[in-house]
Ligand binder design. Structure first.
Ligand code: TRP
Length: 515
C-alpha cells in the first residue's frame, strides 16, 4: 500500500479546508446571487440551507473521510458498494468540469491583475478588436467603457489562454507534495485573504452612501422568498461555497488521524466560510450603492465589470485597490481549485494503488489545462447568440448551468441516500461521537435519511421542470443556441458518467480494503 498524505497539524487541515471553501463563490457569486434574487430575499433561505443541508452534509463528507481513511469514491464504495463508487467518480468527474472553467475564470483574473498594474485597464476605454472592424459594422473604439473593454480585449486574444495555463502551473506546484505543499500555501493564502477582505470592507462602508447597501442586503424581503428560484439559488450556493458534492472534504479529512473531532471541524469551517461570505457581501453591496450601480445578474460581470468600475471611481488609491481586489480573488480561487486537483489525484492514487503521485498529478493537470484552454478559446461567435461575445464564454456559461446547478446537488443526494439507507447514518455518527468532544445529535440520522434527500429531490425536480418549460436553459440562450445547450449537456453527462464507469469497472484490485 502506498503512503498517503497526512496533514502535519489540525491547524493545517482547518486552513486547507477553509481555503477550499472560501473562494470566488464567497467573494462574488454570493453577492451576485443575492442581488439577482432581490438582496434581502436571499440571506434567510441561505441560512436555512446552511443549517438544514450545508452543515450536516459537510459533517457527513468529513465523517466519510475519517471513517474510511480513503478518498471520496473509495469511501463511497466502502459505504455502499460499486454503484456508490460509480456515483463517487461521477461527482469527481462533474467537479472536474467545474474546476476547468473555474480555473479559466482565474486565468482571466490573472490577466486583469496584470492589467491593473498597468495603465490600459484604468484608461477610459480601449479599442475592441473582439467586435470587429468599425467600418464593417463592428463597434468603434471607445464605444465600450473600461474595464469592460479591457476584459473583452483580453478575452479575444491568445494571451488569455497563456494566463489560464499559468494558473494550472500554479495548481501543479501547490499540489506537488500533496498535503504538505498545500499546507505551506494556505498558511500564507488564508491569512492574506482575510486581511485583504477586511481592507475592502473598511473601504466599502466608508464610501459616501455605502452603508445603504448594507441595509438592503440584510433587510429581509418575505414576498420574494415565496419564489422557488430563490430557494434553488440558495441551496446551490451553499453546496458550492462549502465545497460540497466535490469529494473534496472527504479526501481532506482522510489525511487526518481517524480520531479527530470532525463535528467541531465542520462547525468551524462552515462558520469561517459564511462569515467571510457575509463580509464580502457587505463590501460589494456597499460599493454598489456608493456608486449607484445596477449590475446585470451575471456573476462574471460582478467580478470583472462592476466591482472594478466601482474601484476605478474611488476618490483615491484606485490602482492599489484594484490590484488588491484581483490578488484577493487569485489567492482565494487558488486555494479552492487546488483542493479539487488534490481530491481527484488522491482518489486516482487510492484506486490505482500507485506508489508515487507525480505521474497522476501531471496527467490531471494536463487534462485540466486542456479543458480550461477550451473555455478560454478566443474565437468570436455569432453575436446573435448572446451578448457575451466569445465561444468559450458561452460554453462556460452552459457548463456552469449543468455541472453547478445539477452536478453538486445530484452528488449530494446520492451521498445521503448511500449513507442514509445503505450504510446507516448512525455508523458515521457513532464513529465521530466515539472520540469527538462535540457530539452529533441523533436528529442527524433523520436529516440524512429523509429531510436532505427530500429537499434535494424537490430542487432537482424544480430544475428539470424549468428546463422543460423554458426549452433547455432557454433563459439565456433561446432558439439559435439550443444545439449548444444540448451539446454542453451531453459533454457533461457523457463525460462524467463515461469517466466514472471506466475507472469504477475498468481498474480492478481494490477488493480487500476495509474502513
Ligand atoms: N468553495 C469554493 C468557492 O466558494 C468553490 C470550490 C471549492 C471550487 N473547490 C473547488 C471550485 C474546486 C472549483 C474547483 O469558490
Amino acid at each position: 500500500m502506498s503512503e498517503r498524505s497526512q496533514w502535519s497539524s489540525k491547524l493545517g487541515f482547518i486552513l486547507a479546508a477553509s481555503g477550499s471553501a472560501i473562494g470566488l463563490g464567497n467573494i462574488v457569486f454570493f453577492s451576485a446571487n443575492a442581488y439577482r434574487f432581490g438582496a434581502g430575499a436571499f440571506y434567510v433561505p441561505y441560512l436555512v440551507a446552511l443549517f438544514v443541508v450545508g452543515l450536516p452534509v459537510l459533517v457527513l463528507e468529513l465523517g466519510l473521510g475519517s471513517w474510511s481513511g480513503r478518498s471520496f469514491p473509495e469511501a463511497m464504495r466502502l459505504a455502499g458498494g460499486r454503484p456508490a463508487e460509480l456515483a463517487g467518480w461521477f461527482g469527481l468527474g462533474s467537479a472536474t468540469f467545474i474546476t476547468m472553467y473555474y480555473i479559466t475564470i482565474l486565468g482571466w483574473v490573472l490577466g486583469m491583475w496584470v492589467g491593473a498594474l498597468g495603465e490600459d485597464l484604468w484608461a477610459a476605454s480601449v479599442a475592441l478588436p473582439a467586435f470587429g472592424d468599425a467600418a464593417a459594422g463592428g463597434l468603434p473604439a471607445g464605444a465600450v467603457p473600461n474595464p469592460i473593454a479591457f476584459f473583452f480585449d483580453m478575452l479575444s486574444s491568445w494571451r488569455n489562454v497563456a494566463f489560464v495555463v499559468l494558473v494550472w502551473v500554479a495548481n501543479l506546484v501547490i499540489t506537488w507534495r500533496g498535503a504538505s505543499s498545500i499546507e505551506a500555501a494556505v498558511k500564507l493564502f488564508v491569512p492574506l485573504m482575510w486581511v485583504f477582505m477586511v481592507v475592502m470592507i473598511l473601504r466599502g462602508v466608508t464610501l459616501d452612501g455605502g452603508v445603504q447597501g448594507v441595509y438592503l442586503l440584510f433587510t429581509p424581503d418575505f414576498d420574494a422568498m415565496s419564489n422557488p428560484a430563490v430557494w434553488h439559488g440558495a441551496f446551490s450556493q451553499i453546496f458550492f461555497t462549502l465545497s460540497l458534492g466535490f469529494g473534496i472534504m472527504t479526501a481532506y479529512a482522510s489525511y487526518l488521524p481517524a480520531r479527530s473531532d470532525q463535528a467541531a471541524s465542520g462547525l468551524m469551517i462552515a462558520s469561517m466560510n459564511c462569515a467571510f461570505e457575509f463580509i464580502a457581501g457587505l463590501a460589494i453591496f456597499s460599493m454598489l450603492f456608493a456608486f449607484s450601480m445596477v449590475p446585470k445578474a451575471s456573476t462574471l460581470s460582478m467580478m470583472f465589470f462592476i466591482v472594478p468600475q466601482g474601484i476605478a471611481s474611488f476618490p483615491t488609491g484606485a490602482k492599489l485597490f484594484g490590484v488588491l481586489f484581483f490578488t484577493l480573488l487569485l489567492v482565494a480561487g487558488l486555494s479552492s481549485s487546488v483542493s479539487l486537483v488534490e481530491a481527484l489525484t488522491s482518489a486516482l492514487q487510492d484506486k490505482l494503488r500507485a506508489k508515487t503521485r507525480a505521474g497522476i498529478l501531471v496527467a490531471v493537470c494536463v487534462v485540466g489545462a486542456l479543458g480550461s484552454a477550451l473555455f478560454a478559446w478566443p474565437k468570436v461567435i455569432d453575436p446573435g447568440l448572446d451578448g457575451d461575445g466569445t465561444m468559450g464564454l458561452t460554453f462556460l456559461d452552459l457548463m456552469d448551468h449543468w455541472a453547478f446547478s445539477y452536478g453538486l446537488l445530484l452528488t449530494g443526494l446520492v451521498e445521503c441516500v448511500v449513507v442514509g439507507w445503505v450504510l446507516g447514518p448512525a455508523k458515521i455518527r457513532d464513529f465521530l461521537n466515539a472520540h469527538g468532544r462535540l457530539k452529533i445529535p441523533a436528529g442527524f440520522d433523520a436529516l440524512v435519511k429523509w429531510v436532505i434527500p427530500g429537499v434535494l429531490i424537490g430542487l432537482l425536480i424544480y430544475g428539470v421542470v424549468g428546463e422543460v418549460r423554458d426549452g433547455l436553459y432557454g433563459v439565456a440562450i433561446a432558439g439559435a443556441g439550443r444545439p449548444y445547450a444540448i451539446g454542453a449537456l451531453a459533454v457533461w453527462l457523457v463525460g462524467s458518467l463515461g469517466f466514472a464507469a471506466a475507472v469504477t469497472f475498468g481498474v480492478p484490485g481494490d477488493e480487500g480494503v476495509t474502513p
